[in-house]
Design a protein around this ligand. Structure first.
Ligand code: ZN
Length: 495
């Protein structure tokens, strides 16, 4: 909690011990500290006038926490990880008909329960995503100049969001950046109406359209929008190997002949997912993107590889593309070793597993994922010198976890032997846990899933005796990984 002069932390958000904490724990500590420090300016020095603009505090602190963590740990890729940690997750929430705008009216937030309701992922994560998008289209230098004069004018005082727009506009006016509409007019559409658009680009005709993106297109939106659910969308795009271009979509429909593809070209829009929207293409471009992923996936920026998978699966859920297309975006994964595409693939495939785990397609799906993940598992075996070293890169450390958890859950034999072996060693000698802290969560989980009462009881006793909060958290999660209904029942009853 960001009290001015005395920040308070729960243990998992502050304590770090290399012997027991994972790289994820370390990142959590770094971002939480960074988040609370950001509040010294956004929240304490300058405070929103009323709770309806809570996003001014929390969206800012969330966005800036990634910049702060990046400053402290420049090799971690924090500026990219915001996409995985905040943006993709909140898109799933904001694509529901029951979502709400970032900024509400003062008169709608009067009771304590209204205020508590606002502490949600829309306020934190969408707030961060929208500020990141804004900072990208006016550039970070200009963004930071605008913030500087904003903080100067309103220090020890209160603000509403229009004060922020005013200062950022002033900063833009001192440059040669040309915005197609006043900054306030562009941004209000992103904060005063809920949701976000899906932009469809037809690379055969150059036609661009936008539509309010809803995961369930049949569920009615009963919240009217004064902007009719249309946005001013900054579209960054590029053709294979070409320079990045910018197109402002200001209407429901527009045209850009430059987007028409020549032979052998493909087009990617929303470069590095800078904008808060999803992208759909004509089937020809989808085919070319799939071909590019299969032939030379490195030609597509890593965040966009993650985005292509995530967009395709979400568009399929919204019945805008075929499910087959979504599944085909995972076909190249046997060659992929980067974390972000595996992360979005795993999230989306998890949903499939949930939907199909009692049907006849479950078996073939498991077999397919097993085939795709085996090379990744082998890659990490080599990279870690037969599981004896920790990968150097922060994101590789995360992806090692993905490799083990997917390989074990789809029955890669070497994986199950590895995790149950490590767990058994610990069980034999409880005082000496040699499992690498990064891997603890997934090793506990797969060993308990593969084991029975003996493994579960051991984890339960270690959970009860744990003196470190983050360790207890990992064990509690692992207890729920058992496949035995009666043990699952005990997990629920006891924890
Ligand atoms: Zn906060």
């Amino acid at each position: 909690m960001e009290n001015w002069g005395l920040i308070t932390y729960r243990e998992t958000a502050l304590l770090y011990n290399p012997a027991v904490s994972s790289n994820g724990d370390k990142e959590w500590v770094a971002t939480v500290i960074s988040h609370e420090l950001a509040h010294m300016w956004f929240g304490n020095l300058v405070t929103m006038k009323w709770w309806n603009d809570l996003w001014l505090n929390e969206g800012f602190a969330t966005y800036v926490s990634y910049l702060g963590a990046h400053y402290a740990e420049p090799t971690w890729n924090m500026r990219d990880l915001i996409v995985i940690n905040e943006i993709i997750g909140v898109m799933a929430v904001d694509a529901l008909a029951s979502s709400h705008p970032l900024s509400s009216k003062e008169v709608d937030v009067l009771k304590p329960e209204h205020i508590s309701e606002l502490f949600d992922s829309i306020t934190y994560s969408k707030g961060a995503a929208v500020l990141r998008m804004l900072s990208e289209f006016i550039t970070e230098t200009v963004f930071s100049k605008g913030l500087h004069t904003y903080l100067e004018e309103f220090k020890y005082n209160n603000t509403v969001y229009t004060d922020l727009w005013k200062h950022l506009q002033m900063a833009v006016n001192n440059t040669d950046i040309k915005l197609p509409r006043p900054l306030e007019v562009i941004m209000n559409r992103w904060i005063l109406q809920m949701g976000f658009p899906v932009v469809t680009i037809d690379t055969q005709t150059g036609k661009i359209t936008q539509k309010h993106f809803l995961l369930d297109p049949d569920s009615p939106v009963d919240r009217p929008s004064e902007f009719n659910y249309e946005w001013f969308v900054p579209i960054s795009w590029s053709k294979t190997g070409g320079a990045e271009q910018q197109h402002w979509l200001l209407e429901k429909e527009d045209m850009n002949k430059d987007m028409i593809l020549g032979t052998n070209e493909s087009l990617v829009a929303n470069i590095n997912m800078k904008g808060f929207y999803r992208v759909n293409y004509d089937s020809e471009n989808w085919e070319r993107l799939l071909a590019k992923l299969s032939s030379k996936h490195e030609d597509i920026p890593v965040i966009n590889r993650a985005q292509i998978i995530d967009d395709a699966f979400n568009l399929a859920r919204a019945k805008m593309v075929n499910t087959t297309l979504a599944l085909r975006t995972t076909k190249y994964l046997h060659k992929e070793v980067d974390y972000m595409p595996w992360n979005t693939a795993t999230r989306n495939l998890d949903y499939f597993f949930l939907m199909f785990d009692r049907s006849e397609v479950y078996g073939p799906m498991q077999a397919y994922i097993k085939k795709q993940v085996t090379p990744l598992f082998d890659h990490f075996e080599v990279l870690t010198l037969n599981w004896t070293k920790i990968p150097e890169k922060h994101t590789d450390q995360y992806n090692q976890v993905n490799a083990i958890s997917l390989a074990c859950s789809t029955g890669v034999k070497a994986c199950n032997a590895l995790t149950t072996g490590w767990f058994e060693e610990w069980r034999q000698n409880p005082a000496n846990n040699t499992i690498s802290p990064n891997l603890k969560s997934t090793v506990y989980c797969s060993a308990i899933a593969a084991g029975g009462r003996r493994e579960w009881d051991f984890a339960w006793s270690m959970y009860k005796n744990a003196t470190i909060a983050s360790e207890a958290q990992k064990l509690m999660y692992a207890l729920s990984c058992t496949k035995e209904p009666w043990l699952l029942n005990r997990s629920v009853a006891l924890t």
